[in-house]
Design a protein around this ligand. Sequence first.
Ligand code: G
Ligand code: G
Ligand code: MN
Length: 268
Amino acid sequence: MDMHVERRIEIERELRSAITADVIEPHYQPVVSLSSNCIVGFEALARWRSRSLGHIPPDMFIPIAEETGLINALGDQLLRRACFDASTWPEMFTLAFNISPVQLRDPAIGHRILSILGQTGFSPRRLEIEITESAFVEKTEVAKTVIEELRRAGVRVALDDFGTGYATLSQLLSFRLDKIKIDRSFVSHLDDSIESQVIVRAIVDLAEGFGLTTTAEGVEGAGQLAYLVANGCTEGQGYLFSAAVPAAGINALLNRHSGRTASAEDAV
Ligand code: G
Ligand code: G
Ligand code: MN
């Protein structure tokens, strides 16, 4: 317990200086169209290697940033860097960026996101924000206003980790969304669980019925990919294609990918 508390305090202290020094950087995981097998965009995932503490995963430092109020500064910094990096990619690639429910409690976040887009010259039409279900449960008025503000500017909105939260369908449907991301806990059991297959198919149908696209998260195997393709899932993401790579690795990834012919077995 003491060790845990000490470690946390240490991480919090290091996190403050990491934000001041702007050393937490987004890496990028490709999002692949399942109909063409082409990369259509990248999701930014924060990566932090601290000199004194080593690699700290976002699952650990994002919650600390949220509890300490550092998330706004960190989120802005990461988005600025991601838009800057993404501006160098070919036009057709979109940038997906995670916004935590805590960030969505701040009525000013919409304005800040749009200013960062203006400053970096990155088109709102190329940005997609990912929001988890919990943002749709409490304090929904602020979240709703922010989402509407961003959508009016052309930003798209994806519901992240769908199927794992506590939002009701009617709560979710009272927001205007563009995409549903199917949580990897369902995708990872597609080979051995009929239940997972039924759930994934139902989510794809539900999304289609509301005119939304779907992205399957955590695709790791050819069998999972085949099921997703056969059932009309729009896009996939996962280690089968590629893990997140640093900004400097994107060109190599794109070159490797364009040298191949499109086929279901073909991983990025
Ligand atoms: O990449 P992965 O383990 O590494 O990410 C773990 C979790 O951290 C995911 O739920 C992801 O949404 C979240 N995360 C990663 N990067 C960011 C970020 O830039 N902002 C926010 N709010 N969450 C992030
Ligand atoms: O919550 P969100 O979907 O934003 O988090 C994405 C998380 O999933 C990141 O931690 C990312 O590193 C991780 N991830 C991406 N692809 C795979 C995969 O194929 N398998 C597993 N186990 N994790 C993945
Ligand atoms: Mn995400």
